[in-house]
Design a protein around this ligand. Sequence first.
Ligand code: FAD
Length: 493
Amino acid sequence: MPKDGTQHLEALRDGREIYINGELVDDVTTHRAFRNSTRSIASLYDFQAAGDNVERMTFASPATGDRVNLQWRLPTCYEELAKRRQAIEAWNEVHFGFMGRAPDHVASTLVGFMMGIDLLEAHDPNRAAALRDYFAFVRDNDHYVTYVIVNPQGDRSKATSDQGDEFHTVAIVDEDSEGIVVKGAKMLGTATAMCNEVLVASLMPLQEGEERYAVTFAVPMNAKGLKQMCRRSYEENAASVFDNPLSSRFDENDAILYFDEVKVPWERVFALRDPEVCRALFHTAPGHAMQNYQSMIRLMVKMRFLVGVARMVAETTGIVNFPQVREKLGQLTSETQLIEALVHGMEAGARHGGSYLAPTRNAVISALVLAQQLYPKLITTIRELAGGGLIMLPSDVRDFANPELADLIHKTQKSSVYSPEDRVKVLKLAWDAVGSEFGSRHTTYEMFYAAPNFMNQTMAFDSYDWDRAMGMVERMLASYDLQDSLKEATSAR
Ligand SMILES: Cc1cc2nc3c(=O)[nH]c(=O)nc-3n(C[C@H](O)[C@H](O)[C@H](O)COP(=O)(O)OP(=O)(O)OC[C@H]3O[C@@H](n4cnc5c(N)ncnc54)[C@H](O)[C@@H]3O)c2cc1C
């Protein structure tokens, strides 16, 4: 049987060092800030282990023959790519696309690294062997891996080594026959509280002399010296599931990770002191393409859900038949279909790199550019459609238990299609998706999880097939000239 939820929860009780609200967390699976989100992740593993889902969601590991999630498969043809996507889509439907760093994200990065392992082999066979063994280890244990690949936001106008503390960003401090020692911070460890392992990488440009910041490795979350400083928990501050149906269950916390002289054995070091190799795993190998192709599958599911929320809000408040409202909803469905079409386009236009098939870098980057712009627009449209109804709501579920307030709720929460309870339920869900602290974090997440928009626009510029586009324009320009046109114009008179 594949890994199930109980196995996942048990593995999280491993002495990891997590801080929140000024305190060390004893057990992430029972703590008020994390217990529901860890259960949501566990439910993904229960889903893959349930009945017919085993066939739909898993495949036999080529090393052990045991069933592991399809996210670990390196697709060799369109059918395998599509089957893998269908499994990712089914998993994302469990959390409606709200868990951006669920296990399928970084598994996709590692699949992309493995598709391009030849480049690492050519650079350093020992590091390539480490990556191969690590991939087999996380795949065969169906481990949940997340990543931290961005340097903490200090002063972005200054170099990595010029932030006032040489260990502001993770750097190599020591190296011996057993491995390396690293020290410093990385942003932002989404879901690191509830995963098994973290991949640490260096993607940001470095200057000459800053090679010690160029390192790619992985450690278990209970590695000695690894500290997680979590942001405020929306789950802990949710009044109830009725009040905050999303915050209360799908709040994958984000943490600053600090590596306080963490020892990393050589078998977990994949690249070091070479910024180009660190970046090549993402951008020459299809690490970046595979991880963000997964992101677009997730966004496709999330947008379908949010379009459903938009329509349900419009039905609740009786505006759905106004032509202007139907136009707005039609715009939203078109944008949702656009993301869906981009996912299918990435698959149809996927290219072989050696034996493996992956979406092209340009297709994925273009999708990211558009998605980062569409998401905040979608959220604004839902706000526009809902008006003050998102705010004109009882303070929390306990108001229903007070007979006087319950009577007032029945008098004031009117809808032609829903009972007062259901009107409140729909609008509280909509607020949690678009306006609560959780909803607001989601807008920031979708805008930034894959770098700021301007950076993706620049990458889209760099990776576009300009020869083809400009070549056509050159062919057109070459088909006429000034002298011929002048002659033609003069003789015509
Ligand atoms: C909710 C959330 C979850 C995240 N989860 C993860 C995770 O799991 N793992 C991970 O590794 N990272 C994660 N990140 C980090 C994410 O990758 C970064 O936020 C992203 O790369 C942008 O970096 P930054 O936030 O430092 O913004 P900055 O680089 O500081 O950019 C902020 C803004 O500054 C301006 N700006 C910056 N540089 C320039 C420039 N050169 N020229 C012009 N304008 C500029 C732009 O307006 C830009 O939008 C997460 C981020 C968020 C918000």
